[in-house]
Design a protein around this ligand. Structure first.
Ligand SMILES: CC(C)(COP(=O)(O)OP(=O)(O)OC[C@H]1O[C@@H](n2cnc3c(N)ncnc32)[C@H](O)[C@@H]1OP(=O)(O)O)[C@@H](O)C(=O)NCCC(=O)NCCS
Length: 328
């Protein structure tokens, strides 16, 4: 049985911070509403010229340094994102150029907020085919450029960031092991969370005005309900498939979409608050970047300790969802 080792982690968020107080000046909202409904206090916003691939470059450099692996050793670059710099080329190709390397397979994986786990599972697949692979699994999102800044229901929730990890084969002693990843989707619910503009179903022409459909739109309550239900059910399934009980989970790192969603999932697993990693107050929802940024912070701050079994459920547009089990 092959080991899937996460050799290094890295994360990055833009310098500029947008607080709830700043948002009070932009839309009809309050710090109190945002804090009690979501847990978010502030989020990071990309500077002019910063892009999904430039943020991915920053987090990837840190992950590679943490892993002790040179960029040129990489064999695959997989980027989970729904906000690539451009339709063509992919963010992964742009990132490869920034890393100053050539030849590796580069691909973007679009699974909205579940992008990191989808990218990680793809990386495990490539490793099975080519066991000597060194795979950069990175997620990066410039959500601030996909926000309708006149829509208070959406623009207060999201932020920009990137997180990365280097995945290789190896011995159990080489680092944290990805024991399993489970993924799922239900396309019949796709219309509940969308960015339709720019897609081929929406024809547009030179000179057209950009409408709200070019930005993130969702039905919050419906998304909330499905997020809790599906993150819970896939977490139960992955634990069962690997012979674990709920009580075996040492650390829970869910997708950071809403503090009330995180709490609800934690409660269903009877995981005490102090074992649930939360950084949503600093970043908001950074979509695919959420889980790898949280993993990096949880590792670097000592929140995750050697021997811990970590469960990371995630949920996003599509709908897509998934969970990974990582043994540190
Ligand atoms: C979006 C979300 C925070 C809204 O919380 P909610 O408790 O469901 O609130 P509702 O949408 O029912 O809105 C309640 C009221 O607050 C208002 N409201 C919405 N956004 C507001 C804001 N930023 N500031 C103040 N009031 C706001 C609504 O207009 C509504 O007013 P009304 O009752 O007069 O119509 C919550 O549903 C959520 O987090 N959903 C998941 C969304 C998500 O994370 N999606 C990404 C993919 S994982």
């Amino acid at each position: 049985m092959m080991n899937f080792i996460l050799r290094g982690f890295g994360s990055y968020a833009p310098e500029r911070i947008l607080t709830n107080a700043d948002l009070e000046k932009i839309v009809d909202t309050t710090d109190e509403w945002i804090t009690t409904r979501t847990g978010i206090k502030e989020r990071h916003i990309a500077a002019d010229g910063e892009t999904t691939s430039s943020m991915a470059f920053e987090s990837s450099k840190k992950a590679l340094a943490d892993a002790g692996i040179e960029p040129a050793e990489l064999t695959h670059i997989i980027c989970g994102t729904f906000t690539p710099d451009s339709m063509i080329p992919s963010a992964a190709c742009r990132l490869q150029e920034k890393l100053g390397i050539k030849g590796q397979m580069c691909v973007d994986v679009q699974a909205a907020c579940s992008g990191f786990l989808y990218a990680l599972q793809s990386g495990r697949g490539y490793l099975c085919l080519e066991p000597e692979s060194k795979v950069l699994v990175v997620s990066s999102e410039t959500l601030s450029r996909r926000m309708n800044w006149e829509d208070r229901a959406t623009c207060v929730l999201f932020g920009d960031a990137s997180g990365a990890a280097v995945l290789t084969g190896g011995e159990i002693t080489d680092g944290p092991r990805v024991l399993d990843v489970m993924l799922a989707a239900d396309g019949s619910l796709g219309d509940l969370l969308t960015v339709n503009g720019g897609g081929s179903a929406y024809s547009y022409a030179l000179g057209d005005t950009v409408g709200p459909e070019y930005f993130v739109e969702f039905q919050g309550r419906e998304v909330f309900k499905h997020a809790v239900r599906n993150m819970t059910s896939i977490s139960e399934a992955i634990l069962k498939r690997n012979g674990f009980e709920k009580s075996d989970v040492d650390v829970l790192i869910t997708h950071q979409a809403n503090m009330r969603i995180i709490d609800a999932v934690g409660r269903r697993f009877n995981i005490p608050e102090e074992r649930v990693f939360v950084n949503i107050e600093k970043y908001g929802n950074t979509s695919a970047a959420s889980v790898p940024v949280a993993l990096d912070e949880a590792v670097k701050t000592g929140f995750i300790k050697k021997g811990d079994l970590v469960l990371t459920p995630t949920f996003g547009g599509g709908f897509t969802w998934g969970a990974a089990l990582i043994q540190f």
